[in-house]
Each structure stands twice: as structure tokens, then as C-alpha cells.
Write a protein that binds this ligand. Structure first.
Ligand SMILES: [Zn+2]
Length: 68
């Protein structure tokens, strides 16, 4: 039986956290430990590298917030 996997087409503004590399060891980090939304239109992703334990944070500014 073939496996079908489809996700609804989400607008790009709702894209998930981008893949990022650890600043300490360069390994890929695929999912943030936690994400938070700021009412000003920013999403902060908190990362912990599974390889070395480095803690970091990235910020995504939503397009609507940039144009305001
Ligand atoms: Zn690391």
C-alpha cells in the first residue's frame, strides 16, 4: 500500500522554523526547543544543539510586521 503524505499549502508567512546550524559546532539543528510569538510580529526560536549543547536563539520578523 503506497504511503501518501500531503500537507495543506500553507502561506509562506506561516512557514516553520528555518533549519539552522549550531554556531559552536556547525551541526544542523532541525527543530527548536521552544518558539514564542511576540505581539509586535516576531517569532523567536530557542535552540539547543543536540551535538554539543550550545544554546542559541533566532528571530523571524513576519512580513506584515516589517511593513508597519
Ligand atoms: Zn553544536
Amino acid at each position: 500500500m503506497p504511503l501518501h503524505c500531503a500537507a495543506p499549502d500553507a502561506p509562506k508567512r506561516f512557514a516553520s522554523a528555518p533549519l539552522t546550524r549550531c554556531a559552536a559546532c556547525g551541526d544542523w539543528m532541525v527543530a527548536p526547543l521552544m518558539s514564542e510569538f511576540d505581539a509586535a510580529g516576531e517569532i523567536r526560536h530557542h535552540w539547543v544543539c543536540e551535538s554539543c549543547g550550545e544554546v542559541s536563539c533566532t528571530t523571524v520578523v513576519l512580513a506584515a510586521a516589517e511593513s508597519e
